[in-house]
Design a protein around this ligand. Structure first.
Ligand code: SF4
Length: 469
């Protein structure tokens, strides 16, 4: 089975290719300053706590092996998860794509008779465009993670997996709160504790008066049917415990085989993502518990292109991702363009390999090129995803213009024939075009040279030097 995420629903495809969107982002110096400050700070914090662990590399290898085992046994583990969740009083739903997942969640909320839901930050629900689907059905979703709330109130899009409002500074946040937050103090300053206090007051009222919550899940344990959400603010804990009904949307790749596997991931994730030794809030629940927490629990298992990714032996590594965002924070491309340029809810290096595979490469054909292939993402990834190799693999699958194919075929023909290659080298040296560092080259080479200088041909080729000896 290899069905990709459908068009027209969700947020996996941008309005324009990466190079065009990146140009707009690069023209915004404030955005670059915000990004540089935030990524440098997180990188430093994360680097310090990782250095404390002498077995960090062994932990990375363990995380990688566990994920590879999970992918190799995915159908069996998912069925086991379904069985355990059902036995514990939960209801499991299978959603082939974003449209089906949105319909399931919307119907479940309607059945409760409620018109408002509180949400825990979740990439899966952003991916499928759940907020829009709920709003279309007359249901108001309220994001409760502070950064997600800023994005929602600003009618904006998230630009980072972990810090969705990384592109906003505090004075911009103050303006958004003053404009959009119900009951906010008009004297609100842009002092971070004051901004957090305003959000806290608004959210506490919402937590206490909303009966349905929607969450994602960081892990779903097949062995026990337990779901886990890790977070830093405690808003997740409120959403997962206070309402009567809890609906969790989980990508099928988030299943892990056994309870003990959390030992590895709960060490890797906080150190690689927020630079903390452990997550401030780790919430786990198994089905429903009479008299304690939500009395109605639904788990929606989401495919939306994941089985197509799984079918690709090289690309499937992208499903190992635990969404720590370490690859974003070390990526020189992401640090300059920010997340919006990627057009998908998954930005940065992981987005460049995951989004094209979920949608089909032709729908996100520019993303595998949104990288210098420096390899920093591979080094930073806590589960050792070889992102550069997947990027190259996807570049080979991306549709190439006819002119480019012809140019490559001509280059291959020439390089295969030493005499011809030598003549081409001499011609290149003489060419006035190269004197312009590639700027005057014909298409498609002018595209390549638009952001790079063509290397000057050496005064003497290796062959001439060799002959001279
Ligand atoms: S690819 Fe690796 S580094 Fe990037 S978000 Fe996923 S787990 Fe983190």
């Amino acid at each position: 089975m290899s069905t990709h995420a459908p068009k027209g629903v969700g947020h996996l495809r941008g309005d324009e290719p990466f190079p065009a969107a990146a140009k707009v982002a690069l023209a915004n110096p404030q955005l670059r300053r915000n990004l540089q400050h935030a990524t440098t700070t997180i990188r430093g914090k994360s680097g310090r706590v990782i250095a404390e662990l002498p077995d960090w590399q062994e932990l990375r290898s363990a995380g990688s092996a566990l994920k590879a085992y999970t992918m190799a046994n995915l159908p069996r583990l998912l069925e086991q998860l379904e069985e355990r969740v059902t036995a514990a009083g939960g209801v499991v739903h299978w959603a082939a794509d974003a449209t089906e997942a949105n319909r399931i969640v919307t119907d479940l909320v309607r059945q409760t008779g409620e018109q408002r839901v509180i949400k825990v930050k979740s990439m899966a629900t952003q991916e499928i465009g759940l907020n829009e689907a709920l709003e279309d059905a007359g249901i108001t979703p309220v994001e409760t993670d502070l950064a997600e709330l800023i994005v929602q109130l600003g009618h904006d899009k998230p630009s980072h997996i972990l810090v969705p409002a990384i592109h906003r500074n505090r004075s911009e946040i103050r303006e958004i709160f003053l404009r959009e937050m119900p009951g906010v103090d008009p004297e609100l300053t842009d002092n971070p504790p004051d901004l957090a206090g305003a959000a806290r007051r608004y959210l506490r009222e919402t937590f206490l008066s909303t009966k349905v919550a929607v969450s994602g899940a960081n892990f779903g344990i097949a062995e026990t049917g337990t779901l886990a959400v890790v977070e830093s603010e405690g808003n997740g804990r409120m959403c997962l415990t206070l309402p009567d009904t809890l609906i969790t949307v989980m990508g099928i790749e988030k299943v892990v085989p056994a309870w003990q596997d959390l030992e590895v991931f709960l060490q890797l994730l906080p150190r690689a993502s927020t630079g903390e030794r452990m997550n401030p809030y780790t919430s786990m629940w198994t089905g429903v518990t009479p008299g304690d927490g939500p009395q109605s629990f639904h788990l929606v298992l989401l495919d939306n292109g994941r089985t197509a990714v799984l079918a690709d032996e090289v690309g499937r590594q992208a499903l190992h991702c635990i969404r720590c965002s370490a690859c974003l924070n070390v990526c020189p491309v992401y640090e300059r363009t920010g997340g919006h340029a990627y057009g998908s809810v998954y930005p940065g290096p992981i987005g460049a390999v995951l989004s094209p595979q979920l949608t089909g490469v032709e729908d996100n054909a520019s993303l595998p090129y949104a990288s210098s292939l420096c390899g920093a993402c591979f080094d930073a990834c806590p589960v050792k995803i070889d992102i550069p190799s997947i990027l190259v693999h996807l570049r080979n699958q991306a549709p190439h213009p006819r002119s480019e194919k012809a140019a490559m075929a001509a280059a291959a023909y020439t390089m295969d024939r030493p005499k011809l290659y030598e003549r081409a080298q001499r011609a290149a040296k003489l060419s006035k075009l190269l004197g312009k560092r590639g700027r005057g080259l014909p298409p498609p080479l002018n595209g390549w040279a638009a952001s790079r200088d063509l290397p000057e041909p050496p005064a003497e080729s290796f062959r001439d030097w060799w002959r001279g000896r």
